[in-house]
Design a protein around this ligand. Structure first.
Ligand code: GDP
Length: 308
C-alpha cells in the first residue's frame, strides 16, 4: 500500500504546511485533521475558521493580501448589515457567506460537519481528506485579565490584547473524534503537526481523549514544525501567549509542550533546538509555494529518518 500521511492543523500558519505537503505528495495520500475549537455562530451562521482557511488555501482561493478569507471578495453583506446597526467586529465576505449558509442548512438538516466538509472539498476537486477533529461541539475559551472570553472575542474583537492566564476547551473531554480521525492517526506512516499555535490551535485536538490516546499509541513518528522563527511567532499571539503563561519563547518550550507525543521537530535555520527529539533545520518561513514545498520536504525527510 502507498504511504499515508496525516497532519494536525489549525488555520493560517498550519494551512501553509498542509499546502506544501499537498503539492508534493501523491494525490489522496494526505489527511488533515483540523481544529474546530475556534468554531462559533455569527448572525446565526456556523463558522469554522480553520477548516475554511484550509479549503480556501488548498483550492487556490485564499486572499493573499488579507491573510484570511477569500480572494476577490466583496463586502456588500457587511455594508448592508452595518447600515442597519449590525455588529461589525467580525467580517464576513459575500463569497465566504455562501459557505456558511450552506453549512448552516446542512447542519440543520442533521448532516454532520465531517460530511459537509467532505462535500465542499469534493466540489472544489481537492484530492485529500479534510476532517474536522470532531463532529461534536468543542469551544475554546480564554481566561484573561479581562475575564473569560470566547475565542473569537479574544482573537478578533480584542486582537489578542488581554493577558492570557489559561485556555479551556469546553466539550473536548466528552467529544468523540470525527469518523476517520483515529484511523488516520493509527494507520498512517507519518503524523505531522503543523506550525499552528500549540496552545490555541493544536491543544483542542489533544484535549479530545481518543485523539491523544491515538497519538500516544500510533507506531508512526510524530513530527512537528515549530511556529517560532528567530525566537518570534511569524504571526498571531503564540509568543505573547507563551510569555503570559510563564514559558520561555523557545523551541525547547514547544517540544516540552508536546512532550512524549513528539519524535521530531523542524526548526528555523540556526535557531536553538531541544535535545529531547530529532531535529531538522531549514528556513521555515513560508512565503511562497516553493517555501511551503521546502518545509514539507524537510519534515518528511525527518519523518523518514525517525522511522528507520
Ligand atoms: P490561526 O488558527 O489562523 O491563528 O493559525 P495557526 O494556529 O494555524 O497558525 C498560527 C501560527 O503559525 C503562529 O504561531 C505563527 O508563528 C505560525 N506561522 C505562520 N506562518 C508561518 C511560517 O511561514 N513558518 C512557520 N514556521 N510558522 C508560521
Amino acid at each position: 500500500m502507498s504511504a499515508r500521511f496525516t497532519v494536525l492543523t489549525g488555520g493560517v500558519g498550519g494551512a501553509k504546511l498542509v499546502d506544501g505537503l499537498y503539492r508534493i505528495l501523491p494525490q489522496n495520500s494526505l489527511t488533515a485533521i483540523v481544529n474546530t475549537g475556534d468554531d462559533f455562530r455569527h448572525f446565526g451562521q456556523p463558522i469554522s475558521p480553520d477548516i475554511d482557511t484550509l479549503l480556501y488555501t488548498l483550492s487556490g482561493k485564499s486572499n493573499q493580501a488579507l491573510g484570511w478569507g477569500r480572494e476577490g471578495e466583496t463586502w456588500n453583506f457587511m455594508a448592508a448589515l452595518k447600515s442597519l446597526g449590525g455588529e461589525d467586529w467580525f467580517n464576513l465576505g459575500d463569497g465566504d457567506l455562501a459557505l456558511h449558509v450552506l453549512r448552516g442548512m446542512a447542519l440543520s438538516a442533521g448532516e454532520p460537519l465531517s460530511g459537509i466538509i467532505a462535500r465542499f472539498a469534493e466540489a472544489w476537486d481537492l484530492q485529500l481528506s479534510i476532517l474536522p477533529m470532531t463532529d461534536d461541539a468543542v469551544a475554546t475559551w480564554v481566561e484573561t485579565d479581562e475575564g473569560l472570553l470566547p475565542f473569537q472575542r479574544y482573537f478578533v474583537e480584542r486582537q489578542c490584547a488581554p493577558k492570557v492566564q489559561a485556555v479551556r476547551f469546553e466539550g473536548a473531554a466528552e467529544a468523540v473524534p470525527a469518523p476517520g480521525v483515529v484511523a488516520a492517526i493509527m494507520d498512517c506512516d507519518t503524523v505531522l503537526v503543523a506550525p499552528s499555535n500549540p496552545w490555541l490551535s493544536v491543544d483542542p485536538l489533544l484535549a479530545i481523549p481518543q485523539i491523544r490516546k491515538a497519538l500516544e499509541s500510533t507506531k508512526a513518528p510524530v513530527i512537528a514544525v515549530s511556529p517560532l522563527v528567530e525566537g518570534k511567532a511569524v504571526k498571531g499571539p503564540t509568543a505573547k501567549l507563551m510569555d503570559e503563561l510563564g514559558l520561555e519563547v523557545t523551541n525547547h518550550s514547544i517540544a516540552a509542550h508536546y512532550g512524549n507525543l513528539l519524535d521530531g521537530l523542524v526548526v528555523h535555520n540556526k535557531d536553538e533546538a531541544p535535545q529531547s527529539v530529532a531535529i531538522a533545520r531549514t528556513d521555515t518561513l513560508m512565503k511562497s509555494p516553493k517555501d511551503r514545498e521546502r518545509v514539507a520536504r524537510t519534515v518528511l525527510a525527518l519523518a523518514a529518518e525517525c522511522r528507520r
